[in-house]
Design a protein around this ligand. Structure first.
Ligand code: ADP
Ligand code: ASP
Ligand code: MG
Length: 496
């Protein structure tokens, strides 16, 4: 009988210190008793932020930051190493591999400080160090737990385009590379531990897939290898009805659909990178979100169809750090192709448009993009409309950074009347002012824009209105069968 293949990704908190890495190693050891496992790891928590911060300080010419950062990285990783690995030879090997990454990162930061220029390519190389430090540590811990394991740089596996900072994978070439590099190891019973978050162009230049991109790395590799499932181990029990930091009563959903998970991720549910489901959608293989701190819990299974929820609404999400840009007013009225001109500009700026709303006249459009893209996008829009606005006294392109998008998500909302009505009357009762509304024709979500100060109140009120905080016992009793990993339970799905 064919042994199942699983890709298991461990996020930053799940490899946050020696104790966490030991817990992760136990999960991998249990799983590799039942099938082949490819491990994908993120940087230890906090490391990527620190690296990016140091890159920016170096760009300002602050050389002293380099030594500060390398000391911190060394302490954090060497401390974990000392606890995790007792075998002296192995410890020296892992320490040597880590030291190489630290030295390379220091050189990149020094170069940046000298030139006072941080190119997208250097920024990617610097921010990749966290994953490149974590893999030898985790592979070493797996060896210590009695497995055979090797650390692999995903630059050898994931081929991408050259869009630094949010590179797109080239799936055919990735399939070839991953097969050639990983299949022989798997056949030998070795557990490969690959870096999440990174890839390389065809000519070998390192790229990153975007912040939080290790989830995406896991499904890219899962799809490339035709894995039976991908398991994303994190620090919550699964995908929840809302961000537990916003709504403490949020509960874990046993099963959701690809569409629902994608909508939640797109509108800010940090538990999944927005592109995570793309590689697996066509093959229809399940993705699990599970808690590495509580592996006995089943987690959330993400499947093509999901599981219908009674009231149609499955979950809510909210996204801040976005800006509302309005193009309109008398200066714009009568300008032909306002819409085309506006969105060709956002496309040129590669600004991700999260929501669009248009008033009845063709000439007043508002849309939302990430705050980080707002300044340069507004400047580009002002330039694009410069001749139209030349003789106008008033501002016609405005930007409001103090807003948030809240999205109400559920596949079964389609065909369930009254959801918009209930949502908006709840917000009315709460005194939350709605700035803009959008609903896609797919009807998987209704999203609305509120002042950022009202975001939490809006999410909590709508969560309560749709009774998402009440445990649905029927749903839980029917909970999907789940992978037997770390808790000794059977996985019926995998005995196909
Ligand atoms: P990792 O480091 O494992 O990738 P992340 O911090 O990126 O973990 O994502 C997990 C976090 O996502 C959780 O701790 C939780 O605070 C947040 N989160 C936001 N929305 C949701 C949601 N709907 N369900 C579960 N977690 C959510
Ligand atoms: N370490 C990367 C980040 O912090 C990738 C990830 O955690 O998924 O963005
Ligand atoms: Mg994450």
């Amino acid at each position: 009988m064919r042994r199942p293949l699983r890709v298991m990704k461990f996020g930053g908190t799940s490899v946050g210190d020696a104790e966490c890495i030991e817990r992760a190693a136990k999960i991998v050891a249990a799983a590799s008793g039942q099938g082949a496992v490819v491990v994908v790891v993120s940087a230890m928590s906090g490391v990527t932020n620190r690296l990016i911060e140091a890159a920016h300080r170096s760009q300002e010419g602050r050389q002293e930051e380099v030594a500060k950062l390398t000391d911190l990285l060394r302490i954090q990783h060497e401390t974990a190493l000392r606890t995790l690995i007792r075998d002296e030879t192995r410890r020296a090997q892992v320490s040597g591999a880590m030291e190489q990454v630290i030295a390379e990162t220091a050189r990149l930061l020094q170069g940046t400080a000298l030139l006072r220029e941080l190119t997208p390519r250097a920024r990617d190389a610097i921010s990749s160090a966290g994953e490149r430090l974590a893999t030898p540590l985790v592979a070493g811990a797996l060896c210590e737990a009695g497995l055979r394991s090797v650390a692999i740089d995903a630059t050898e596996l994931i081929v991408t385009d050259d869009h630094h900072g949010s590179a797109a994978p080239l799936l055919e070439q990735t399939h070839e590379r991953a097969e050639a590099r990983l299949r022989p190891l798997l056949a030998d019973g070795i557990v490969p531990v690959a870096t999440g978050f990174i890839g390389a162009t065809t000519d070998g230049t390192l790229t990153t897939l975007g912040r939080g991109g290790s989830d995406y790395s896991a499904t890219i590799l899962g799809a490339a290898l035709g894995a039976d499932e991908t398991i994303i181990w994190t620090d919550v029990d699964g995908v929840m009805t809302a961000d537990p930091r916003l709504v403490p009563e949020a509960r874990t959903l046993p099963e959701i659909s690809y569409n629902e998970a994608a909508e939640l991720a797109y509108f800010g549910a940090k538990v999944l990178h927005p592109k995570t489901l793309r590689p697996v959608t066509q093959a229809g293989v399940p993705v699990w979100i599970r808690n590495s701190f509580a592996p006995e819990k089943p987690g959330t299974k993400i499947t093509p169809r999901g599981r219908p929820a009674g009231g149609g609404v499955k979950a809510l999400t909210a996204i801040r750090d976005v800006a509302l840009i309005t193009v309109g007013g008398p200066g714009i009225v009568g300008v032909p192709d306002v819409v085309a001109k506006t969105f060709s500009t956002t496309a040129r700026m590669r600004a991700n448009v999260l929501l669009i709303s248009q008033s009845s006249s063709q000439n007043d459009i508002c849309f939302i993009i990430p705050l980080a893209d707002a300044e340069r996008t507004v400047a580009a829009l002002r330039q694009a409309f410069a001749s139209d606005l030349a003789d106008q006294q008033v501002e016609h392109i405005t930007v409001d950074p103090n807003i948030a998008i809240v999205a109400v998500v559920g596949e079964n909302m389609r065909g369930t009347p009254g959801i918009a009505g209930r949502t908006f009357s709840t917000l009315g009762r709460e005194g939350v002012n709605i700035i803009a509304i959008a609903q896609g024709s797919s009807e998987y979500n209704i999203s609305f824009v509120v002042d950022v100060s009202a975001m939490q109140r809006a999410v909590a009120a709508v969560h309560k209105e749709f009774r998402l905080d009440e445990r649905d016992l029927r749903e839980e009793n029917e909970a999907a069968t789940y992978a037997e990993v770390g808790d000794g339970r059977r996985d019926d799905e995998n005995r196909r």
